[in-house]
Design a protein around this ligand. Structure first.
Ligand SMILES: [Fe+2]
Ligand SMILES: [Fe+2]
Ligand SMILES: [Fe+2]
Ligand SMILES: [Fe+2]
Length: 416
């Protein structure tokens, strides 16, 4: 049955305020929690971060204080929601273990979105970054086993393969080549709009996480790995942020954000297997519905237009569900597109670039010698200690050059 969030009964926004003890919920147990529950916690933390920062930016670009008071009220609830969700993460989950969750989310979420995406350009954009986060998962997993003796295949519940993707060394592009064409929300499919908004917030959360905690890793080698991969997340946020419609007003943007939040909590509540956490998602959905209705009311009051001018078909499309087996899909994308890069707005084979293209000069400038590149060095250390790298594969890597477990390839994706 279709769910139209605008047709639901809602409570006043203020009803959501809670006392401190109710906000500090009990964390999940990192040993028994389902990996997808952990992914939902990261995803919704990132969604709330985006809701907060969008709202602050809106306020800073608005000269009507009555309107700023309304959005301050909603924003306070967004902050509470973020606090409650972040309290679900246990303190004994280390930064590196959490990082595995971030990269697993990047792989699983991106694959889920790409598989339902009808716009070939947006799908290619998703597939493109998917392979890069897939490689990050492999690099961080090797460091986790090497430094902490923790098996990442257990953390990902053996639902995501751990094997090289587009080697991180090949991911460093000149900034101008990460800009993408924006979607036009008046023409875009409802799922495309949602996909762009969801993935931008999720990748932004990863970028922020590495910006804030990357420097806390205890080893020099690990600090460098976080630093290098954090720079790729900046590229991902640039490309995904570019997809978002640039023509909507701040109030229409607010409505878009609330709609996306409602859709995600609706999806999480349906998908969640932990009954206690399912209740959290349900309560959040109720709060978001009141935000959405408030945003529609503000659009009406200040722009004299109805929410249907932004959402002509407001009923939710199919919910987002984790748990699809994405392994064959990711293997296919890897096999077919590992040697691609982006040139301005388009995707090209690295082999088709001119030898003096800025891709090569920029890449060389930041990486220096292959041995100095942190993502490669981490695997080299692992190989020196163990002889073979750490992987979790259902079959050998589909790219022959990446199938070797005793040598880390640094040329695939760089013209090799
Ligand atoms: Fe929210
Ligand atoms: Fe990543
Ligand atoms: Fe990423
Ligand atoms: Fe909200």
């Amino acid at each position: 049955m279709s769910f139209d969030p605008f047709k639901q009964k809602v409570k006043p926004v203020c009803d959501a305020f809670e006392c401190w003890k109710d906000l500090l919920v009990k964390p999940y147990d990192k040993r028994s929690a389902d990996p997808y529950t952990k992914l939902r916690v990261i995803l919704m933390n990132g969604t709330e971060f985006e809701a907060n920062w969008f709202s602050h930016q809106f306020s800073r670009h608005c000269n009507i204080n009555d309107l700023r008071r309304e959005i301050a009220l909603v924003r306070r609830v967004e902050q509470q929601q973020q606090k409650k969700i972040s309290a679900l993460k246990p303190v004994d989950e280390t930064v590196l273990e959490t990082t595995i969750g971030y990269e697993q989310l990047a792989v699983e979420l991106t694959a889920n979105l790409a598989r339902r995406e009808k716009d070939p350009y947006v799908k290619m954009t998703l597939d493109f970054a998917l392979l890069e986060d897939f490689d990050h998962l492999y690099r961080f997993s090797n460091m986790l086993m090497h430094d902490m003796n923790v098996d990442a295949s257990r953390l990902v519940g053996e639902r995501t393969e751990i094997t090289p993707g587009r080697p991180t060394v090949a991911e460093h592009r000149f900034p101008a080549d990460d800009v993408r064409r924006a979607c036009d929300n008046k023409k875009a499919d409802p799922l495309t709009r949602l996909n762009a908004a969801i993935i931008t917030a999720a990748e932004q959360q990863t970028m922020n996480f590495y910006m804030n905690v990357g420097n806390t890793y205890p080893t020099e080698e690990g600090k460098k790995l976080f630093l290098e991969i954090a720079m790729i997340e900046e590229q991902h946020v640039t490309q995904y942020g570019c997809l978002m419609d640039t023509t909507c007003t701040w109030l229409a943007g607010l409505l878009e954000h609330e709609y996306t939040e409602c859709y995600l909590y609706y999806s999480c509540a349906l998908d969640e297997t932990d009954p206690r956490i399912k209740k959290v998602w349900e309560a959040m959905l109720e709060q978001e519905l009141s935000h959405l209705h408030k945003a529609a009311e503000l659009l009406e009051r200040y722009e004299k237009r109805d929410y249907t001018s932004v959402f002509p078909h407001p009923a939710f499309p199919e919910p987002l569900a984790f748990g699809k087996d994405n392994i064959p899909y990711v293997r296919d994308v890897l096999k077919n597109t590992v040697r691609m890069t982006s040139k301005e707005e388009d995707y090209v084979e690295v082999a088709d670039l001119k030898k003096d293209d800025v891709f090569f000069t920029h890449n060389k400038r930041v990486n220096g010698k292959a041995a100095d590149e942190p993502a490669h060095a981490v695997i080299e250390s692992y190989l020196t200690a163990h002889g073979e790298d750490f992987r979790f594969e259902t079959e050998p890597n589909p790219v022959p050059e990446l199938a070797c477990r005793t040598r880390d390839n640094t040329t695939v994706g760089l013209g090799g």
